[in-house]
Design a protein around this ligand. Structure first.
Ligand code: SAH
Length: 217
Protein backbone atom coordinates (compact mmCIF):
# COMPACT_ATOMS: atom_id res chain seq x y z
CA UNK A 1 0.00 0.00 0.00
CA UNK A 2 1.09 3.53 -0.67
CA UNK A 3 1.20 5.79 2.34
CA UNK A 4 2.73 9.24 2.52
CA UNK A 5 6.05 7.84 3.60
CA UNK A 6 5.52 4.50 1.99
CA UNK A 7 8.06 2.97 -0.29
CA UNK A 8 5.86 3.27 -3.37
CA UNK A 9 5.96 7.04 -3.75
CA UNK A 10 8.99 8.20 -1.97
CA UNK A 11 11.38 5.64 -3.34
CA UNK A 12 13.90 6.71 -5.89
CA UNK A 13 12.38 4.10 -8.14
CA UNK A 14 9.09 5.96 -8.46
CA UNK A 15 10.87 9.17 -9.32
CA UNK A 16 13.23 7.41 -11.69
CA UNK A 17 10.22 6.07 -13.54
CA UNK A 18 8.94 9.64 -13.89
CA UNK A 19 12.31 10.71 -15.30
CA UNK A 20 12.26 7.86 -17.82
CA UNK A 21 8.79 8.93 -18.92
CA UNK A 22 9.94 12.54 -19.30
CA UNK A 23 12.74 11.33 -21.56
CA UNK A 24 10.26 9.38 -23.66
CA UNK A 25 8.14 12.52 -23.90
CA UNK A 26 11.10 14.37 -25.36
CA UNK A 27 12.73 16.19 -22.42
CA UNK A 28 16.47 16.19 -23.18
CA UNK A 29 18.05 18.70 -20.81
CA UNK A 30 19.94 16.63 -18.22
CA UNK A 31 19.98 19.50 -15.72
CA UNK A 32 16.17 19.65 -15.86
CA UNK A 33 15.84 15.87 -15.52
CA UNK A 34 18.19 15.91 -12.52
CA UNK A 35 16.19 18.73 -10.91
CA UNK A 36 12.92 16.83 -11.42
CA UNK A 37 14.52 13.79 -9.79
CA UNK A 38 15.66 15.88 -6.84
CA UNK A 39 12.31 17.40 -5.80
CA UNK A 40 9.81 15.16 -3.94
CA UNK A 41 6.64 16.06 -5.80
CA UNK A 42 4.33 14.15 -3.42
CA UNK A 43 5.08 16.67 -0.65
CA UNK A 44 3.32 19.38 -2.68
CA UNK A 45 -0.06 17.68 -3.04
CA UNK A 46 -2.73 16.69 -0.53
CA UNK A 47 -2.10 13.46 1.25
CA UNK A 48 -5.15 11.89 -0.39
CA UNK A 49 -3.59 12.46 -3.82
CA UNK A 50 0.01 11.68 -2.95
CA UNK A 51 -0.12 8.24 -4.54
CA UNK A 52 -0.77 9.94 -7.90
CA UNK A 53 1.85 12.65 -7.49
CA UNK A 54 4.27 11.10 -9.99
CA UNK A 55 1.69 10.27 -12.65
CA UNK A 56 1.74 12.54 -15.66
CA UNK A 57 -1.42 14.39 -14.69
CA UNK A 58 -2.29 17.75 -13.23
CA UNK A 59 -3.85 17.51 -9.78
CA UNK A 60 -6.10 19.85 -7.77
CA UNK A 61 -4.49 22.01 -5.07
CA UNK A 62 -7.65 23.82 -3.82
CA UNK A 63 -9.04 27.24 -4.75
CA UNK A 64 -9.79 25.87 -8.22
CA UNK A 65 -6.11 25.64 -9.03
CA UNK A 66 -3.93 22.77 -10.13
CA UNK A 67 -0.35 21.57 -9.92
CA UNK A 68 0.90 21.27 -13.50
CA UNK A 69 1.73 17.81 -14.80
CA UNK A 70 5.41 16.83 -14.63
CA UNK A 71 5.91 17.03 -18.39
CA UNK A 72 4.83 20.66 -18.63
CA UNK A 73 6.92 21.72 -15.62
CA UNK A 74 9.99 20.09 -17.17
CA UNK A 75 9.26 21.44 -20.64
CA UNK A 76 8.87 25.04 -19.51
CA UNK A 77 12.10 24.94 -17.53
CA UNK A 78 13.88 23.32 -20.48
CA UNK A 79 12.68 26.17 -22.71
CA UNK A 80 13.85 28.69 -20.14
CA UNK A 81 17.33 27.20 -19.77
CA UNK A 82 18.01 26.60 -23.45
CA UNK A 83 20.99 24.58 -22.22
CA UNK A 84 22.50 27.46 -20.25
CA UNK A 85 22.75 28.22 -16.52
CA UNK A 86 20.12 30.61 -15.15
CA UNK A 87 20.83 33.43 -12.78
CA UNK A 88 17.61 35.21 -11.77
CA UNK A 89 14.19 33.78 -12.61
CA UNK A 90 10.60 34.88 -12.06
CA UNK A 91 7.66 32.47 -11.83
CA UNK A 92 4.15 33.88 -12.05
CA UNK A 93 1.63 31.57 -10.33
CA UNK A 94 3.33 29.76 -7.43
CA UNK A 95 0.37 27.45 -6.81
CA UNK A 96 1.69 24.76 -4.48
CA UNK A 97 5.31 25.78 -5.05
CA UNK A 98 6.43 22.65 -6.90
CA UNK A 99 7.72 24.34 -10.03
CA UNK A 100 9.49 26.97 -7.91
CA UNK A 101 11.26 24.15 -6.04
CA UNK A 102 12.39 22.59 -9.34
CA UNK A 103 13.50 25.99 -10.63
CA UNK A 104 15.52 26.46 -7.43
CA UNK A 105 17.68 23.51 -8.51
CA UNK A 106 18.67 25.10 -11.82
CA UNK A 107 18.65 28.85 -11.11
CA UNK A 108 20.65 30.95 -8.68
CA UNK A 109 17.70 33.03 -7.50
CA UNK A 110 14.00 32.31 -7.90
CA UNK A 111 11.22 34.83 -7.36
CA UNK A 112 7.72 33.42 -7.39
CA UNK A 113 4.45 35.32 -7.06
CA UNK A 114 0.96 34.05 -6.24
CA UNK A 115 -2.24 36.09 -6.10
CA UNK A 116 -4.23 33.74 -3.80
CA UNK A 117 -3.14 34.32 -0.20
CA UNK A 118 -3.74 30.83 1.27
CA UNK A 119 -1.87 29.23 -1.63
CA UNK A 120 0.99 31.67 -1.20
CA UNK A 121 1.20 30.93 2.52
CA UNK A 122 1.16 27.18 2.11
CA UNK A 123 3.76 27.25 -0.66
CA UNK A 124 6.02 29.56 1.34
CA UNK A 125 5.86 27.21 4.30
CA UNK A 126 6.60 24.18 2.14
CA UNK A 127 9.55 25.86 0.41
CA UNK A 128 10.91 26.99 3.77
CA UNK A 129 10.56 23.50 5.25
CA UNK A 130 12.57 22.21 2.31
CA UNK A 131 15.26 24.79 3.11
CA UNK A 132 15.23 26.25 -0.37
CA UNK A 133 16.91 29.51 0.57
CA UNK A 134 17.25 30.80 -2.97
CA UNK A 135 13.47 31.10 -3.43
CA UNK A 136 11.64 34.29 -2.57
CA UNK A 137 7.83 33.93 -2.55
CA UNK A 138 5.53 36.96 -2.77
CA UNK A 139 1.80 37.48 -2.44
CA UNK A 140 1.16 39.73 -5.42
CA UNK A 141 -0.52 40.10 -8.79
CA UNK A 142 2.10 38.72 -11.14
CA UNK A 143 0.40 40.16 -14.19
CA UNK A 144 2.58 43.20 -13.74
CA UNK A 145 5.67 41.08 -13.14
CA UNK A 146 7.95 42.00 -10.25
CA UNK A 147 9.53 45.33 -11.25
CA UNK A 148 11.60 45.64 -8.06
CA UNK A 149 13.55 42.45 -8.84
CA UNK A 150 13.78 42.85 -12.65
CA UNK A 151 15.45 42.21 -15.02
CA UNK A 152 15.19 38.41 -15.13
CA UNK A 153 17.09 35.86 -17.22
CA UNK A 154 13.96 33.80 -17.31
CA UNK A 155 10.24 34.32 -16.73
CA UNK A 156 7.76 31.45 -16.48
CA UNK A 157 4.05 32.09 -16.46
CA UNK A 158 2.02 29.19 -15.00
CA UNK A 159 -1.36 30.66 -16.01
CA UNK A 160 -2.62 31.58 -19.45
CA UNK A 161 -3.09 35.14 -20.72
CA UNK A 162 -4.99 35.97 -23.93
CA UNK A 163 -1.95 37.84 -25.27
CA UNK A 164 1.60 38.52 -24.11
CA UNK A 165 1.56 41.19 -21.37
CA UNK A 166 3.94 43.92 -22.55
CA UNK A 167 5.12 44.84 -19.04
CA UNK A 168 6.42 41.31 -18.54
CA UNK A 169 8.43 41.33 -21.72
CA UNK A 170 10.15 44.51 -20.58
CA UNK A 171 11.33 42.77 -17.40
CA UNK A 172 13.38 40.27 -19.42
CA UNK A 173 17.14 40.82 -19.45
CA UNK A 174 18.85 40.99 -22.84
CA UNK A 175 19.69 37.35 -23.58
CA UNK A 176 16.75 36.22 -21.44
CA UNK A 177 13.82 33.95 -22.28
CA UNK A 178 10.25 33.58 -21.28
CA UNK A 179 7.98 30.49 -21.40
CA UNK A 180 4.25 31.11 -21.20
CA UNK A 181 0.87 29.78 -22.30
CA UNK A 182 -1.13 32.18 -24.47
CA UNK A 183 -4.72 31.96 -25.67
CA UNK A 184 -8.19 31.48 -24.24
CA UNK A 185 -10.13 28.52 -25.69
CA UNK A 186 -7.10 27.16 -27.46
CA UNK A 187 -3.79 27.71 -25.70
CA UNK A 188 -0.23 27.34 -26.97
CA UNK A 189 3.05 27.37 -25.12
CA UNK A 190 5.15 30.27 -26.39
CA UNK A 191 8.82 31.13 -26.08
CA UNK A 192 9.87 34.76 -26.10
CA UNK A 193 13.56 35.53 -26.53
CA UNK A 194 15.13 38.91 -26.02
CA UNK A 195 18.40 39.88 -27.65
CA UNK A 196 20.08 43.21 -28.36
CA UNK A 197 17.93 43.56 -31.48
CA UNK A 198 14.57 43.03 -29.78
CA UNK A 199 12.11 40.19 -29.13
CA UNK A 200 11.44 36.96 -30.97
CA UNK A 201 8.31 34.95 -30.26
CA UNK A 202 7.88 31.26 -31.16
CA UNK A 203 4.75 29.14 -30.81
CA UNK A 204 5.75 25.72 -29.47
CA UNK A 205 2.95 23.29 -28.61
CA UNK A 206 -0.69 23.14 -27.45
CA UNK A 207 -1.20 23.30 -23.67
CA UNK A 208 -3.94 23.70 -21.07
CA UNK A 209 -3.57 26.10 -18.15
CA UNK A 210 -5.83 27.93 -15.72
CA UNK A 211 -6.36 31.58 -16.68
CA UNK A 212 -4.18 34.42 -15.45
CA UNK A 213 -6.44 36.55 -13.24
CA UNK A 214 -5.95 40.10 -12.03
CA UNK A 215 -5.63 41.49 -8.51
CA UNK A 216 -4.90 39.75 -5.23
CA UNK A 217 -7.30 37.32 -3.56
N1 SAH B 1 3.42 26.60 -10.73
C1 SAH B 1 2.40 25.71 -10.19
C2 SAH B 1 1.13 25.72 -11.01
C3 SAH B 1 0.29 26.84 -10.61
S1 SAH B 1 -1.31 26.89 -11.33
C4 SAH B 1 2.94 24.30 -10.07
O1 SAH B 1 4.07 24.16 -9.67
O2 SAH B 1 2.26 23.37 -10.32
C5 SAH B 1 -1.42 28.62 -11.66
C6 SAH B 1 -1.38 29.54 -10.47
O3 SAH B 1 -1.36 30.86 -10.99
C7 SAH B 1 -2.58 29.46 -9.55
O4 SAH B 1 -2.16 29.18 -8.24
C8 SAH B 1 -3.21 30.85 -9.65
O5 SAH B 1 -3.78 31.31 -8.44
C9 SAH B 1 -2.03 31.69 -10.07
N2 SAH B 1 -2.32 32.97 -10.72
C10 SAH B 1 -3.27 33.26 -11.64
N3 SAH B 1 -3.21 34.56 -12.01
C11 SAH B 1 -2.18 35.11 -11.29
C12 SAH B 1 -1.63 36.42 -11.21
N4 SAH B 1 -2.08 37.45 -11.93
N5 SAH B 1 -0.57 36.61 -10.37
C13 SAH B 1 -0.08 35.60 -9.63
N6 SAH B 1 -0.57 34.34 -9.65
C14 SAH B 1 -1.62 34.09 -10.47
Amino acid sequence: MNTRNGIGMTSQRTRLRMIERLREQGIEDEAVLAAMFEVPRHLFVDEALASRAYDDVSLPINFNQTISRPYIVARMIEVLRAGKPLNRVLEIGTGCGYQAAVLAQVAKEVYTVERVQPLYERARRQLRDMKLRNVSARHADGGIGLPEAAPFDGIIMAAAAPTLPGVLREQLAVGGRMALPLGTQEQWLHRVERDAGGFRETRLEPVKFVPLLTGKA
